[in-house]
Design a protein around this ligand. Structure first.
Ligand SMILES: [Ca+2]
Ligand SMILES: [Ca+2]
Length: 242
């Protein structure tokens, strides 16, 4: 405890001696019990100081970090502080208070929050699918979104197998445009892509079929022109081939 002398003459002002009592143990922090990584969550507590002094609150987030002293807040008033966890796991949140005289309360009871991380969605793949002429370069656009808004890597297999190229990290929802040249005629290539967020959560593989013609002859160009002119035909062709 902390002794405060407010009177110059102790004999005449005895009644002005007082102890500064510690604030009450703060209420258990109220907030979410589960949440996602890198997302802010509010926690609310309150405490009362016997002398009605203003209060400051210090939250321990259970991940090695704390809020520092937040305040001042009126004695008895709610205090809300937010925090985002940057890793998955179970974390214990507790809070203590101090008054303006730096006298600290005991720690509140602990509450637990479970922080998880959702996997990103399978990447979308867009680009030319039919009559992809061998030896000619085409652009393919990949896009992966992560519900936690985490940055993502995109893994791309151009021709099946186990080999893949890794791109990123890039922003969730950002286009990744890659150029590629297929080489074999009369082949069904399967482009596969998966997204992995920066915390290692993975989507499934997305597949995209690419058909190369026998040669790069004129008839493909004619057919392409026909398909451009009659989009319904392209729709039918895609329905059949996909
Ligand atoms: Ca006090
Ligand atoms: Ca994520």
């Amino acid at each position: 405890m902390y002794l405060v002398v407010t009177a110059p003459n102790l004999l005449y002002h005895k009644e002005q001696f007082f102890f500064n009592l510690a604030p009450q143990k703060p209420s258990e922090p109220q907030g979410n019990t589960e949440g996602n990584i890198n997302t802010e969550y509010n926690f609310t507590t309150d405490s009362t100081d016997p002398e009605g002094k203003n209060l400051y609150y210090w939250f321990n987030w259970g991940d090695g970090t704390n809020s520092g002293w937040d305040g001042p807040h009126s004695s008895g008033a709610n205090a809300t502080v937010s925090h985002a966890w940057t890793e998955r796991g179970y974390f214990s949140v507790k809070v203590k208070a101090k008054d303006e005289g730096d006298v600290e309360s005991e720690w509140s009871d602990e509450v637990k929050i479970s922080i998880s991380n959702d996997a990103p969605k399978k990447p979308s793949i867009k680009g030319k699918k039919f009559w992809v002429i061998p030896g000619k370069e085409y652009e393919y656009t990949f896009k992966a979104t992560d519900s936690d808004n985490d940055d993502v890597y995109i893994l791309v297999k151009w021709a099946g197998g186990s080999q893949y190229d890794t791109y990123g990290p890039i922003n969730s929802g950002e286009d990744l445009v890659l150029k590629h040249t297929f080489t074999r005629p009369l082949t069904t290539y399967i482009i596969q892509a998966k997204s992995v967020d920066i915390f290692g959560e993975e989507s499934d593989w997305e597949s995209f079929f690419v058909l190369t013609p026998k040669t790069a002859g004129n008839y493909q160009q004619i057919l392409e022109r026909l398909l451009d002119r009659f989009p319904i035909l392209r729709f039918i062709v895609q329905e059949i081939f996909y």
